[in-house]
Design a protein. Structure first.
Lengths: 459, 383
């Protein structure tokens, strides 16, 4: 791919005509010295939110699942909403690291490390929810087909919930492996930068696996990286398809539709890309990485948000059309109720945030105005959370039998758990920004060298 | 034991590729090249074959796929088949998602592990670089210096490719084996200590199979609270354990009965209700006859004439069921009489369930019909 000559027609991906040593310095700078006050404030808020979540979950464990606002009709609500939301967030990380790698998109190198880290933290946040939803989380290992003394009684492989267990655990493992494999050369770079033989040097030595930069190792490393990308690409599509089958294989009107797998995958990449934008806009400002995460990166990512947002809008429209066209009164009622029923306000938020606002990205002036991009990316995050809420709660609360209709109001414990998941996510992310190179140094260096060759400028 | 290598340092990737190519063309053996990032084209310059890890990946993927299909087939069909909604045990399409996931998991993790083992990457391994800047911004070419080569020639060759420094070094030959032996020894020691600690713990704690397990979560449903229906409750609304039924709910097996014990409602029941059982239902008629014999015959008599056994012992005889007046009473009104009673007759709700009351009416109608037919008429009269 280095030979693909784009010439001087395109501006360089990395601004400021960096030398290789400068790249190392710039990326490692946030890891040296004392963290800024802003970082400390962010960490304090995140840890506070995390503690709130831990307390809420502990209270729920000790008292019981009745501390949530669920009832017999609305048996899935906030916890499953949060689960699908976080899993979706993770998908953009894999898109950037795997799919864009296969598509030879060289701009990904500036954001892929952080996006992959985001994936891992988001999957951790997501996996917590189904586990605590079981009420007795310490028996979570029963979900795996382990030989046991009950016969052995095995799990039900015909259930989409069981597929979910395998999809999520595979996705987490492969994301972690992919991230770590990408991190090894950079860990070695940091290791060789540290003078003396302190505990930090020893820690980086331990985890860099004795990496020497040997071309023979790089040769196999490249193959491994390509293989992981090729495995990760269908994996990421399968994961959200399987998540959507949790709903689509049921018989609830509003869930039982064949459009769910592609619709969920598009929505996942949409929400994840918005989260990457949110995080990267903050990171480039606070970590002084403006030369690495340039306006061009932001521009490409906003186009992704626009594209996937339009796909999601198309999916919303298709659902309503099929409900009308099917002539099925239950389907028609479910969608009328979704738009105009008791949760119509949530539907309105969803449509405005997910379909209307991203259309502003058609304008180049909006795409280059970072404040507006930041606000829209936040709105998309909110809108995608509400999309899952709308799908789950409005479909359940008015089902076939009017005698079983019910309403749902989240309790304080559920809100606290949601806040706690954000606390966990941002705690992990802030620690990652501080202690690990948040840009893939090795990959950026190859892009810098490529820029130098193709533009003829100094290296 | 040590041996000689020649080390050249470069600042640009294009230079190191050119130097590598030139050294190989010049008959030197390229031991390795150390670079800060993956330099494309270097593998060709070094003459490296394509990585065989793709085949490793394929093998692990195939293993994962076969294992997953076998696991699902064996557990669902052979070991403990469970009927889930009547679906076949061997539902191959339902096995596809997990088979795919396990294939990806096995292929990805397996390939990375083989890569680590093959390239001798392991946690805690010490790296002694030729130049500490290799991982930053310097490219290092290492040539085998054991042959009858002259350092001057090599220096001229590499410097023609813009080498910034060329010198020769002594490296310890094949230190890998010693390191690996030490690492294996340490691992064995660790495993031995862990085993000893486990055995010691087992011996010290002892195992009593009769002792209940440690209860580490209070809500583990070990102690189920059994609530009495009429006891007070501290958690449920209005302090009742048994909650009031919702307004308008009716007990199972009962139907609404909006009639009072008045003659007006009896007449209304006659107009509004009809027998749910058809007169030609032999099972219902047979049941009606049995009920009649048990509960009605003592007063009304076997034929319905009102000459049951108790009438000979002082109980006032009831009106004949075969009388014109009785024959004209509608089914619904008869049901009302059975439910509430009439004159000397008391309510039979407690003795005869709802459906049986309708069935016994069928039997009474049959008695009346039999009495009306000419042959039975004469029998009745002769009796």
């Amino acid at each position: 791919m280095a030979d693909m000559d784009v010439g001087a027609l395109r501006p360089p991906l990395i601004a400021g005509h960096k030398t290789l040593a400068q790249v190392t310095e710039d990326v490692c700078a946030p890891m040296d010295g004392r963290p800024t006050a802003l970082w400390w404030i962010g960490l304090a808020i995140s840890v506070l939110a995390l503690s709130l979540g831990v307390a809420a979950v502990w209270y729920m464990f000790v008292t019981g699942i009745g501390t949530w606002g669920l009832n017999r009709t609305v048996g899935w609500a906030l916890a499953i909403t949060n689960f699908v939301f976080w899993i979706g967030i993770g998908h953009a990380g894999t898109l950037i690291s795997a799919i864009l790698f296969l598509l030879r998109q060289r701009w990904r190198t500036s954001v892929n490390r952080a996006a992959e880290a985001m994936t891992i933290f988001a999957v951790i946040c997501a996996a917590i929810f189904p586990v605590i939803h079981m009420g007795r989380a310490w028996l979570a290992y029963w979900m795996f087909p382990v030989p046991n003394m009950r016969g052995s009684l095995w799990v039900n492989f015909l259930s989409p919930l069981m597929w979910d267990v395998f999809a999520i655990s595979t996705y987490f493992t492969i994301s972690l492996v992919f991230w770590y494999v990408g991190l090894i050369p950079d860990l070695a770079t940091v290791r060789d930068r540290i003078r003396g033989n302190g505990p930090r040097k020893r820690l980086f030595s331990f985890f860099s696996l004795g990496w020497s930069g040997s071309a023979r190792t790089w040769h196999h490393y490249e193959a491994v990286y390509l293989l992981l990308a090729a495995l990760g690409t269908p994996l990421v599509i399968s994961v959200h398809s399987i998540v959507s089958m949790d709903f689509a294989t049921s018989l609830i009107p509003g869930w039982h539709t064949t459009i769910f797998p592609p619709y969920f995958v598009a929505g996942a990449i949409f929400s994840g890309m918005a989260m990457v934008l949110t995080l990267m806009l903050v990171a480039r400002k606070t970590m002084r990485l403006e030369d690495y995460i340039t306006l061009r990166h932001v521009d490409v990512m906003t186009k992704f948000v626009l594209f996937t947002g339009s796909l999601v809008g198309l999916a919303y429209g298709t659902e309503f059309f099929i409900a009308f066209y099917s002539g099925n009164p239950y389907e028609q009622f479910a969608y009328t109720n979704r738009a105009f029923g008791p949760f119509g306000w949530a539907f309105a938020i969803m449509v405005i945030c997910n379909v209307v606002l991203p259309q502003l990205f058609w304008s180049k002036r909006v795409r280059t105005n970072l404040a507006v991009v930041f606000v829209i990316s936040l709105c998309v995050n909110v809108g995608m959370w509400f999309e899952r809420f709308v799908i789950i709660v409005t479909s359940l609360h008015r089902d076939y039998l009017p005698s079983s209709w019910a309403d749902y109001t989240p309790t304080m414990i559920e809100y606290a758990t949601l806040i706690g998941s954000f606390g966990l996510f941002f705690t992990c992310f802030l620690l990652f920004c501080r202690f690990l190179p948040m840009i893939a140094i090795g990959e950026v260096k190859s892009v810098v060298a490529h820029d130098a060759r193709s533009t003829g400028g100094p290296r | 034991m040590s041996r000689r290598v020649i080390v050249g340092a470069f600042d640009r990737e294009t230079d190191v590729i050119a130097a590598t190519q030139a050294a190989r063309d010049g008959g030197y053996i390229v031991e390795d090249v150390y670079t800060p990032y993956a330099v494309h084209g270097l593998d060709r310059a070094m003459g490296l074959k394509p990585s065989w890890l793709t085949w490793v990946c394929f093998a692990f993927g195939a293993f994962g796929l076969v294992f997953a299909v076998w696991l699902q087939f064996w557990t669902s069909t052979v070991a403990w088949p469970i009927n889930v909604g009547g679906r076949p045990w061997n539902s191959l399409p339902a096995f596809v998602p997990i088979a795919f996931e396990l294939m990806v998991l096995s292929a990805g993790v397996g390939t990375v592990l083989v890569f680590f083992v093959r390239r001798r990457l392991r946690p805690g391994k010490r790296c002694v670089p030729f130049d500490v800047r290799t991982t930053n911004d310097r490219f290092i070419l290492v040539l085998d210096g054991e042959g009858p080569s002259d350092l001057g020639d090599v220096r001229r060759l590499l410097e023609s490719c813009h080498a910034t420094a060329v010198d020769e070094r002594q490296v310890a030959a094949e230190t890998a084996h010693g390191g690996r032996a030490r690492a294996t020894g340490r691992l064995n020691l660790g495993l031995g200590v862990a085993l000893a600690a486990t055995l010691a713990g087992y011996w010290a704690l002892g195992v009593d199979p009769l002792r209940p397990n440690f209860e580490f979560m209070p809500s583990n449903m070990v102690h189920a609270v059994s609530a009495q229906a009429f006891a007070t409750s501290s958690v449920l609304p209005r302090g009742q354990t048994l909650q009031d039924p919702p307004p308008g709910s009716i007990a199972r097996g009962l139907l609404p009965w909006p009639y009072a014990a008045t003659p007006e409602d009896a007449a209304r029941a006659g107009v509004e209700l009809s027998n749910p059982f058809p007169p030609d239902d032999p099972a219902a008629v047979a049941r009606g006859a049995a009920v009649y014999a048990t509960f009605c015959q003592v007063c009304h008599g076997a034929g319905g004439l009102g000459d049951g056994p108790v009438t000979t012992r002082g109980v006032p005889p009831p009106v004949s069921l075969l009388a014109d007046h009785t024959r004209q009473i509608k089914d619904g009104q008869l049901f009302h009489i059975l439910t509430y009673g009439q004159k000397n007759m008391s309510s039979y709700t407690a003795q005869i369930p709802r459906e049986d009351r309708w069935k016994v009416i069928l039997h009474v109608r049959q008695l009346q019909q039999r009495a009306m037919s000419p042959t039975s008429q004469s029998q009745v009269q002769t009796r």
